[in-house]
Design a protein around this ligand. Structure first.
Ligand SMILES: *Cc1c(COP(=O)(O)O)cnc(C)c1O
Length: 485
């Protein structure tokens, strides 16, 4: 018998963020086609992509308008180096992104993935201080539970033990400050109170160490990989003011929360602030092609502008500013403008919120139902092992792609789901929740589940429910359960 696509994949493809042996018991899902919010599997099943294929897709799979622009670009120019050369898509994209950022972030540096954008922002910040005669500013601040990518440099500011611990000897760890996680509000406290308390802790750190700190990096409004931890914009306002006062760059990592995800085009807009450095990736190309970009302020760009080569930012990636990827991004921005997507999403957001409220708010196992724009989540009280794996499998069976992060079920749909699809998605989640809660796994088969890793080892039990880190079993992790559910 000829081997199936699935068997060939397991033999030849090393899948990301996965203990490959788990696939002895958990099958891969071979996808052969995408159409709008739907993924179509090899055996003809249709799955609703409730997490935008790892948070990247904005306007559906195989969007005809993005496809058309890509076809046009393919006939013109597929790629050219961006050192010593330039091309229309990179120029136009840089100008349009600068305009979207109110003209304050007028210089765009390109790479291919989110982690590289983090690396670039960190290097740029450090190098700017060095160029200005302050090389001692060589440390970074990050938020507890923050996620900024998994390359060795980015791991320094990624506070997810499951990803970091194995490589700890390689990583120069950043200083972590408390998360403004709104779930920490005690009775009578508001999210703003929590934001202020977390900002006080940030202030204390800066007061003590700002002379050594180059930048503070954070995910504005929603800490995605931590389990859709949401917080009040007040924290961003206070962090901005503190960074100004203590002469520390503020890096907004909007790789996940940018491009309309939280309701505004950039999440930081909701606080009425601008960062010094802004990282974008994921949705920027509509979920089509690898592309990331770091936007920076004039002052930072100026600090590198010199006759001395060594003062320049000598960083590059082979596919920096790839024309196809930039063109996909331009097509994406066109759709935002032509369809007034932010306004349309306000209706989607309200509908999703209402459906989740109706379906889950009174549920005895559901805690902290929360939403910010096109991201919604709730935590599930379930002390048995492997909740996220059971939920994931049950959701697939019910026709939806939903991958909980630990015990946090979340929804991050593409901006093309309308009432029928959103209803179907929430219904699939409800079915999956009941199955996951009431059908605990049969005895784990050998080696299919790591245990004692993550969760309890790193987080005291009192925080399992309200903590900002994934909790529960071993398979929890970041990014929609980046590890195999
Ligand atoms: C996904 C993500 C990254 C890393 O992007 P990759 O393209 O996966 O390297 C960085 N920061 C945030 C906030 C992310 O969600």
């Amino acid at each position: 018998m000829t081997p199936s696509l699935l068997q060939r994949s397991l033999a030849a493809v090393w899948h990301p963020c996965t203990q490959m042996q788990h696939h002895e018991t958990l099958p891969l899902t071979p996808v052969v086609e995408g159409k709008g919010p739907w993924l179509i599997t090899e055996d003809g099943r249709r799955l609703l992509d409730g997490i935008s294929s790892w948070w990247v897709n904005l306007f559906g799979h195989c969007n005809p308008r993005i496809n058309a622009q890509l076809r046009d670009q393919l006939e013109r120019l597929e790629h050219v180096l961006l050192a010593g050369f330039t091309h229309p898509p990179a120029v136009e994209l840089s100008e349009r992104l600068a305009a979207l950022a109110g003209g304050t972030l007028g210089h765009a540096f390109y790479a291919s993935d989110g982690a590289s954008a983090t690396e670039i922002a960190l290097k740029m910040s450090f190098h700017m201080w060095r160029n200005l005669g302050q090389p001692q500013k060589d440390r970074f601040l990050c938020l507890e539970g923050g996620y900024h990518g998994e390359t060795v440099g980015a791991l320094a500011v990624t506070d997810v033990p499951l990803f970091r611990d194995a490589y700890a000897p390689l990583v120069r760890q950043a200083v972590t400050v408390p998360s403004p996680d709104a779930r920490r509000a005690a009775p009578g406290e508001t999210a703003i109170d929590i934001a202020r308390r977390a900002a006080d802790a940030l202030k204390a750190r800066l007061e003590a160490e700002s002379g050594r700190i180059a930048a503070f990096i954070l995910e504005p409004l929603v800490q995605g990989a931590a389990g859709m931890v949401m917080y009040d914009p007040e924290y961003l306002r206070l962090a901005r003011a503190l960074c100004d006062h203590y002469q520390v760059h503020l890096i907004c990592d909007e790789i996940a929360v940018g491009c309309g995800r939280t309701g505004t085009f950039f999440a930081h807009e909701q606080a009425g602030i601008r960062p010094d450095l802004l990282c974008l990736s994921k949705g920027i190309s509509g979920g089509y092609l690898p592309l990331s970009v770091v936007l920076c302020r004039e002052e930072i760009f100026r600090a590198f502008y010199d006759s001395d080569t060594h003062k320049g930012f000598l960083h590059s990636h082979s596919y920096t500013g790839n024309p196809l990827a930039c063109r996909a991004a331009l097509a994406t921005l066109d759709i935002f403008e032509e369809d007034d997507v932010l306004a349309a999403n306000r209706k989607r957001t309200a509908l999703l919120g209402r459906l989740l409220e109706e379906t889950f708010s009174g549920h005895p196992a559901v805690r902290h139902l929360r939403q910010r724009g096109m991201i919604a989540a709730f935590d599930v009280e379930d002390t048995t092992d492997g909740f996220s794996r059971r939920f994931f499998a049950a959701a697939l069976e019910a026709g939806a792609l939903l991958r909980p992060i630990g015990n946090t079920v979340y929804f991050m749909p593409p901006y093309v789901m309308d009432e029928p699809e959103l209803r179907a998605l929430v219904a699939a989640a409800a079915t999956a929740l009941e199955r996951a809660l009431h059908h605990p796994p049969s005895a784990p088969s050998g080696g299919s589940e790591q245990s004692g890793r993550g969760g309890s080892a790193h987080h005291p039990p009192s925080r399992l429910k309200d903590g900002d880190a994934p909790s529960g079993g071993s398979e929890q992790s970041a990014r929609g359960g980046r590890t195999l559910p």
